[in-house]
Design a protein around this ligand. Structure first.
Ligand code: PLP
Length: 330
């Protein structure tokens, strides 16, 4: 792991600042849920530490993605908002953009693969998003999105590589620090890095001694490789049940923040994710999707903290089809 002198880029040169997170927090005030922080003695005993679970599975739209999507739409100009927005996603970002657009009276178009899970398609539609399907094997979603943006004058809201998306995602860790004070470690799910970058910026400003650690699926460890190499590494589409973290490279904006402020990136196996899902269901009575379990799986396997330490765990989402949930837990 690089030491801090090696990692430190002066934070003034990073694409997002803590002030952006504070501004996002005031836009989200009274709109996003201030999600609960749960604890469990059984989890503490298993992990040999004190665990604090920030429950973004209980956020509006079922994941932290609502924070970034709402903030990004809120910072568009009046003219851009009149034209509408477009996003591509088969998952939580689609629902988040559709909901955030509806709440702000902005028309949303979501580009989704034809074979996206029907629960996600109908949730997005119920929130009022117009869905445009594409074939993920023969068509490029980026091209479709860019064409729609050009034809209809839509603004693209990317899932992670965007300043205002990163700032919005950072409000979850800010709330956690405000709610529970000092933490030794904060464990954060890592896909394209919006949540991790935002969390690291919040930690640097509020709890600079807290070690912020990204957690990825073992099969898709592009973030770990990139963190270690000091440059963005691209990998083929990974296979993991953590479908919210199947990104193949970190963003141009998220990577420099992660490189400068994050302590380490670790990986967990799909089996560890299933074990954490079961723990949440049986012991804490909460439904967490596989990607939402990344941080908890790292905490329960004691790989990132010392005995007795205070460990924050960002539970990133809870959207999972019930049949799929049952199948994984069987
Ligand atoms: C999108 C998502 C992630 C990954 O977030 P990034 O900002 O892309 O790193 C993790 N968990 C859930 C539930 C998500 O929806």
């Amino acid at each position: 792991m690089p030491d801090s002198a090696d990692r430190a880029a002066p934070s003034g040169t990073l694409p997002v600042s803590f002030a952006d997170i504070e501004a996002a927090a005031s836009r989200l005030e009274g709109i996003a849920h201030r999600t609960p922080v749960m604890t469990s003695r059984t989890a503490d005993a298993r992990a040999g530490g004190q665990l604090f679970f920030k429950c973004e599975n209980l956020q509006r739209g079922g994941a932290f993605k609502f924070r970034g999507a709402y903030n990004a739409i809120a910072t568009l100009t009046a003219d851009q908002r009149r034209h509408g927005v477009v996003a591509y996603s088969s998952g939580n970002h689609a629902q988040a953009v559709a909901l955030a657009g509806r709440l702000q009276g902005v028309v949303t178009t979501i580009v989704m693969p034809k074979d996206a899970p029907s629960a996600k398609v109908s949730a997005t539609r119920e929130y009022g998003g117009e869905i445009i399907f594409y074939d993920r094997y023969t068509e490029s979603r980026e091209e479709i999105c860019a064409a729609l943006a050009a034809e209809r004058g839509l603004s693209i809201i990317p899932p992670y590589d965007h300043e205002q998306v990163i700032a919005g995602q950072g409000t979850a860790a800010r709330e956690l620090f405000q709610a529970i004070g000092e933490l030794d470690v904060l464990l954060v799910s890592l896909g394209g890095g919006g949540l991790l970058a935002g969390s690291a910026l919040a930690a640097q400003a509020l709890r600079p001694r807290c070690r912020v650690i990204g957690v990825e699926p073992e099969a898709g460890n592009d973030g770990q490789q990139s963190f270690r190499a000091g440059k963005v590494i691209r990998i083929p589409v990974p296979r993991s049940i953590a479908d919210g973290a199947l990104t193949t490279y970190l963003g141009e904006r998220t990577f420099p923040i992660i490189r400068a402020l994050v302590h380490d990136v670790v990986t967990v196996s799909d089996q560890m994710l299933v074990d954490a899902m079961r723990f949440f269901a049986e012991r804490m009575k909460i439904v967490v999707e596989p990607t939402g379990c990344l941080g908890a799986a790292a905490a329960l396997s004691k790989r990132c903290h010392q005995p007795g330490e205070r460990v924050g765990v960002l539970i990133s989402g809870g959207n999972i089809d019930l049949a799929r949930y049952a199948e994984l837990l069987r």
